[in-house]
Design a protein around this ligand. Structure first.
Ligand code: LP5
Ligand code: MN
Length: 235
């Protein structure tokens, strides 16, 4: 799953996720969350009722024997060691190559594939700079909250001026990434354009599965089991 964008003002989506963690997720061997679990993460020290509830629910899931692995998204790339320790989740690099049923599969959040969006890639390089992150985390929670709100506002403004094509993945970047990692399947979120894309790469069929965002108490999980791949609606 990807792009849950959990936020205190979206209680239905939060409830849906908490119910999933306490229920169906327990049957899974491993749960992968491919970024943007939270709508905004300004540091592991940001204590809210929602954060406590999510941490406790993830901890119960991992304690029950389901492994949980996270990728950073563009909204929650500041999820850090304390969060991982408290939840028992593992942080994976982006991209991360895994074998699923023997098939080399690449997991990504998806933002790195949007290489036509030069303004975003420039922004991304700046905020992912370790020194910039450290300086940000040194600030008070109140100023971090204000900076994050300012970025969100400027991002929304910038996005309304961008075309849909610019904000989608660049096909050449997809091809280059799959080739570099020797993968035949790519799973990512971020673009909020759920689809199963199939195309040919070096004489082989490769797939790009795009995950849906969660909203208004409804979500989606892509599951792999003995019967193959399935998109499960989560309500
Ligand atoms: O998430 P979404 O869909 O709205 O838009 C993204 C891209 N925008 C972002 C910005 C985030 O929304 C901001 C959230 C911050 C929460 C965490 C705070 C932590 C701050 C830590 C600092 C160390 O990711 C958007 C893409 C879109 O996806 C589609 O891919 O287009 O990109 C932008 O909007 C970027 C703009 O084009 C340019 C940025 C304007 C802000 C300029 C500030 C410069 C700051 C320099 C940093 C030191
Ligand atoms: Mn995203």
């Amino acid at each position: 799953m990807s792009d849950l964008h959990l936020a205190p003002d979206q209680p239905a989506t939060l409830d849906c996720f908490l119910r999933f963690l306490a229920g169906r997720a327990r049957a899974a061997r491993r749960l992968y969350i491919l970024g943007d679990l939270f709508d905004a993460w300004i540091g592991d020290d940001d204590e809210t009722a929602m954060h406590r509830a999510v941490r406790a629910a993830l901890r119960e899931l991992t304690a029950s024997g389901t492994e949980c692995a996270l990728l950073h998204g563009n909204r929650d790339f500041l999820i850090g060691r304390a969060f991982l320790r408290e939840t028992g989740c593992r942080l994976l690099p982006d991209p991360c190559r895994i074998l699923i049923d023997g098939e080399p599969t690449l997991l990504m959040h998806g933002d790195r594939l949007c290489t036509d969006d030069l303004a975003y890639q420039r922004f991304r390089r700046r905020v992912r700079n370790p020194l910039v992150k450290r300086l940000f985390l040194w600030k008070s929670l109140a100023s971090r909250r204000a900076i994050a709100a300012d970025y969100r506002r400027r991002s929304a403004e910038a996005n309304s001026a961008k075309t849909a094509t610019i904000m989608d993945v660049n096909q050449q970047t997809v091809v280059d990434t799959l080739r570099r990692h020797g993968a035949t399947r790519l799973i990512h979120g971020h673009t909020h354009r759920p689809a199963d894309h199939v195309h040919a790469l070096d004489g082989r069929a490769v797939q790009r599965l795009v995950l849906a965002e969660w909203r208004a108490g409804m979500g989606e999980a892509l599951s792999h089991a003995s019967l193959g791949w399935r998109r499960l609606p989560i309500a």
